[in-house]
Structure formats: structure tokens, C-alpha cells
Design a protein around this ligand. Structure first.
Ligand code: XMP
Length: 507
């Protein structure tokens, strides 16, 4: 049985980060809504209570019954979690006189306490709270303080229950990982047996049992998630898996050919469908971004459905859905939203059962699984690319000629990033074809041609992003190459907007 830590989600923005940190300790964990603890699951060895946008004394604050947890399992409350344990035990939590955000240092620490083992006095921690615990019941022993926060960490005496006011899961808490390791490994007794190899072994066994001799279809996009899902399923069920890779004509230069070859080299049973003519005709004259997305989404479903029907007796649709797409996140209004990402409406239309073998993995774990499965590094490290492809990077209407121009410019940019060893240093990069023409001069000729914008960003999750500070020498070379080699372009600009307020894509 795979032992696990449960993280009760009270709605904090850093809940997923707690999950990732615990997984980085090779300890399996699951994030569940604050009121959905799996009491019947014997594999749970400890509980972490997350932070929350609420104050514990708010009427609408998320509450859960701790009596079935405390004393039964080790419990660690983080921020709101710590305040909630203290408050529901008779302690006081009040708005902090001076709010403490950002760096702080633990100026007193009980270094003999198992939660703080091997940490240093004065260690830097990250605070982010508007409330503070002003008094704790007698049975609560304060084990750390900062200059401003008297109760920065506590343990309930006679119980394996702890609370920390700071956020050990964020990088700025210098010894946060040590604290989480102390809890997960020493206190909960976690065996740290979660790894890419163990995941593959158990998942392949489960898939064999779940799927038996059934046939499965999967849509490949060229991206990491669907590719890893395909290779994993291929290991489990071999030729009963058929992968469908649709070329909607808006892929990068030569991408369809190159990626198809990669898939074949991986031994996948893959059908490549060139449907670009259909998409070009449906997109002709369409300028509105949402319309473009809808046309491509629907067209993709139609093509996929038609191909899948050529295979007899398909029972399952497999998808590369990953954990962040599945976690039930809590909105501030208290309603639970299921934000589930799948290929817009495909499962409903096709009446197939869904198989999502990566649904418990974070992105970095998907990459580790891909590596362990022997996939080539260039597939694993590919930048994200939007489903509608270059269609949302050609502002205005789409023609084959515009796609050709953009593919050529994009190709020079991306190859340049690889050649200059910059590709892995940015989150995502690409070129955008602007709907403007400008005057230029080439030789003795006046030109009136198109402008290309280049976009490269750094990010960790695409929720926020900054423009990448690429070297001027590199930019000069790329600009020169594009203007000299891409017919129809006489101007190159670089997008220096961050997200927010801009987005990564232009449409
Ligand atoms: P934005 O432009 O919202 O993009 O900052 C955030 C991330 O999502 C990608 N993206 C998409 N991916 N279908 C996708 O599969 C889409 O329609 C889509 N739109 C944006 C974008 O490339 C970036 O990584």
C-alpha cells in the first residue's frame, strides 16, 4: 500500500506548493478540500493543514472537525492551519498590530523539538499573514518566536500536533524543506518510497488491470503531458493503444513531421492526420481570437472523432491530464470548483471511459517519469505551446502565407535559443505576426512589409511571467537573420511586457 500524507486545503495559494515540497521528499501526498478528509483510508500517515485567505474568526471561514485527526495522526498546521488548531482549542487569534509579510527570523527556537531538528537558530522564514496567535492554551508549548511574532511555532504537549505561523513550503523559508522532512519522515515515519520508477511500476500494473484487453485512443499534441501519458500506456498495453496526432496546420515549422518521427521511434502506434486544409478553409477570414479558438477546438474534436471511429471497439479515451488540472480548488466564496481540463468536450461526445494515468503528478514529476521511461530530452523539455498553435500568434485573419512567414521567423528564433544555450533558460518563447506593415529600405528599394514580435518569458507555472532578459548580441543576430531570410518581414520587435497585466500569448 502506498502510504500518504493528506494536505487539507483551506484555500491558500500555496497549498499546491506544500504538495510539491512533500513530493520532492519522495513522499506521496494528496491535496483534498478541508472538509473531505478520507477517514477510511488506512494508508494516511499524517496530515498538513494549509493556509487560507480567511481569518479563523470570520463567519465564513472554512472549518473542519479536528477531533478525529488530533491524537490519531500527526498533524501540522501551517499559517491559518496553525491558527485554526489554536483557536479551536481556546487560544486567541487577532488581527496583527503590524502585519508581518515577507522575511523574518526565528530568534528563539527549541532546537530539541523534533519539528525543528537540524535547523539553525536565527533561520530565515517567510511570513504572510494578517492575523497572529495572541494566546495559546496551557497545553501548547511555544517552540519558536520572531521579534514580532511570539507564537511562530508550537507543539501541543502529549500530542503529535504542531503549528507554524510561517510558510515552510516557500523557497524563502531557508530551512523549510528540513522542517517538512522532520515532520514527514521523522514524525510521521514516511518511508520516502515515492519515485518516478515506483510510480511507473505501480501505474503500469494498475493500467494492465484496469484496461485488460480493451482498446484505448489518445490524442497527442507534441507536448510533454500527452507524450508521457502515451509512452506509459504503451508500456502497459502496447498495441491496444492508438495515438492520434492531428496537424491543424498551425504547428511550428516541420513540427508535425519531426514529432511524428519521435513518436514512431518511441514505438508508439501513432496515426498522423494532416487536416490542415480543413482548418485553413474554416479559419479563412476569421479575425476574432475566441472564434479562432472555437473553430480549432471543434475541428480538432471532429477530426479526432472520425479517426477514432476507424478503430473498432474502442472503450477508453486516454488524456495527459496532470495533478494541477485536477485539484479541486476552493474559491474565496466557499464554493468548491472543479477545474478540470480535458480536450474540450471529447469524452462526452465520444461516449468513452476516461483514463488519465498522470492525474496525480505535478509537472516536474511528469518530466521525471518521461526521463525514467527513456524519452529523449528534447521532447521532455519542450516549451509549452498553445493548443490552437500559431493561430493565436497571427493577429487578424489567417492565411497559409502568413503561417509560412511566422513559421520561418519562429524557427530562426527557437533554433537560435537552442544554439545559444538559452532554450532551457526560458519558460516559453515564440514569434508573433503583427497586423501592421511598415516602411523599410533594402538595397536601393523601399519596402513596405510585415513586423514580427518576439516573445520569451520566464515563469514557473504560467500564472505569472516576466519577459526574459536575453542578451543583446543574441537579439541582434536573431533580428538580422529574420529580416534577411524571411521574405515579407522588414522589422522585428521584442515584447517586454510582464504577466500580469499582459498575458503570455497575444490572443
Ligand atoms: P496566457 O496567454 O493566458 O497563457 O498567459 C498561459 C499559458 O497557456 C498557454 N495557452 C494555451 N494552451 N490552449 C492551450 O493548450 C490554449 O488555448 C492556450 N492559450 C494559452 C500559453 O501558451 C501559456 O503557456
Amino acid at each position: 500500500m502506498q502510504e500518504k500524507i493528506i494536505i487539507l486545503d483551506f484555500g491558500s495559494q500555496t497549498t499546491q506548493l506544500i504538495g510539491r515540497r512533500v513530493r520532492e521528499l519522495n513522499m506521496y501526498c494528496e491535496i483534498v478540500p478541508y472538509n473531505k478528509f478520507p477517514y477510511d483510508d488506512p494508508s494516511v500517515i499524517g496530515v498538513i493543514l494549509s493556509g487560507s485567505p480567511f481569518s479563523v474568526y470570520d463567519e465564513k471561514a472554512f472549518k473542519t472537525d479536528l477531533s478525529r485527526l488530533r491524537g490519531h495522526l500527526p498533524v501540522l498546521g501551517i499559517c491559518y492551519g496553525a491558527q485554526f488548531i489554536a483557536y479551536t482549542s481556546g487560544g486567541s487569534v487577532e488581527p496583527a498590530g503590524s502585519r508581518e509579510y515577507g522575511r523574518a527570523h526565528l530568534t528563539t527556537m527549541d532546537l530539541g523539538n523534533p519539528l525543528l531538528k537540524d535547523m539553525q537558530l536565527g533561520t530565515q522564514v517567510w511570513m504572510s499573514h494578517g492575523d497572529t496567535i495572541t494566546s495559546v492554551p496551557e497545553s501548547f508549548k511555544v517552540i519558536a518566536s520572531t521579534d514580532k511574532v511570539a507564537v511562530a511555532a508550537y507543539q501541543v504537549e502529549g500530542e503529535k500536533t504542531w503549528g507554524v505561523q510561517f510558510h515552510p513550503e516557500v523557497y524563502h523559508s531557508a530551512e523549510g524543506t528540513q522542517l517538512l522532512r522532520n515532520f514527514v519522515v521523522d514524525i510521521c515515519g514516511g518511508k520516502q518510497d515515492w519515485s518516478a520508477a515506483s510510480f511507473i511500476e505501480s501505474t503500469v500494473a494498475q493500467l494492465k488491470e484496469q484496461l485488460g484487453d480493451d482498446k484505448v485512443v489518445l490524442g497527442l499534441s507534441g507536448g510533454v503531458d500527452s507524450s508521457v501519458a502515451a509512452v506509459l500506456l504503451n508500456k502497459a498495453i502496447g498495441k491496444n493503444l492508438t495515438c492520434i496526432f492531428v496537424d491543424h496546420g498551425m504547428l511550428r515549422k516541420n513540427e508535425f513531421r519531426d514529432v511524428l518521427r519521435d513518436y514512431e521511434c518511441l514505438g508508439l502506434n501513432v496515426v498522423g492526420v494532416d487536416a490542415s486544409a480543413k482548418f485553413f478553409s474554416e479559419l479563412a477570414g476569421v479575425t476574432e481570437p475566441e472564434r479562432k479558438r472555437k473553430i480549432i477546438g471543434k475541428g480538432f474534436i471532429d477530426v479526432f472523432d472520425e479517426e477514432a471511429h476507424k478503430i473498432t471497439d474502442v472503450k477508453w479515451l486516454a488524456q495527459g491530464t496532470i495533478y494541477p488540472d485536477c485539484i479541486e480548488s476552493l474559491s474565496i466564496t466557499g464554493t468548491t470548483i472543479k477545474s478540470h481540463h480535458n480536450v474540450g468536450g471529447l469524452p462526452e461526445k465520444m461516449n468513452l471511459k476516461l483514463c488519465e494515468p498522470l492525474r496525480l503528478l505535478f509537472k516536474d514529476e511528469v518530466r521525471a517519469v518521461g526521463r525514467e521511461l527513456g524519452m529523449p530530452e528534447h521532447l521532455i523539455k519542450r516549451h509549452p505551446f498553445p493548443g490552437p498553435g500559431l493561430a493565436v500568434r497571427i493577429l487578424g485573419d489567417i492565411t497559409p502565407e502568413k503561417v509560412r512567414i511566422l513559421q520561418d521567423a519562429d524557427d530562426i528564433f527557437i533554433r537560435g535559443l537552442r544554439d545559444w544555450d538559452l532554450y532551457d533558460k526560458v519558460w516559453q518563447a515564440g514569434a508573433i505576426l503583427l497586423p501592421v506593415q511598415s516602411v523599410g529600405v533594402m538595397g536601393d528599394e523601399r519596402t513596405y512589409e510585415r513586423a514580427i514580435a518576439l516573445r520569451a518569458v520566464t515563469s514557473t507555472d504560467a500564472m505569472t511571467a516576466d519577459w526574459a532578459h536575453l542578451p543583446y548580441e543574441f537579439m541582434a543576430k536573431v533580428s538580422n537573420d529574420i529580416i534577411n531570410h524571411v521574405r515579407g518581414v522588414n522589422r522585428v520587435c521584442y515584447d517586454i511586457s510582464s504577466k500580469p497585466p499582459a498575458t503570455i500569448e497575444w490572443e
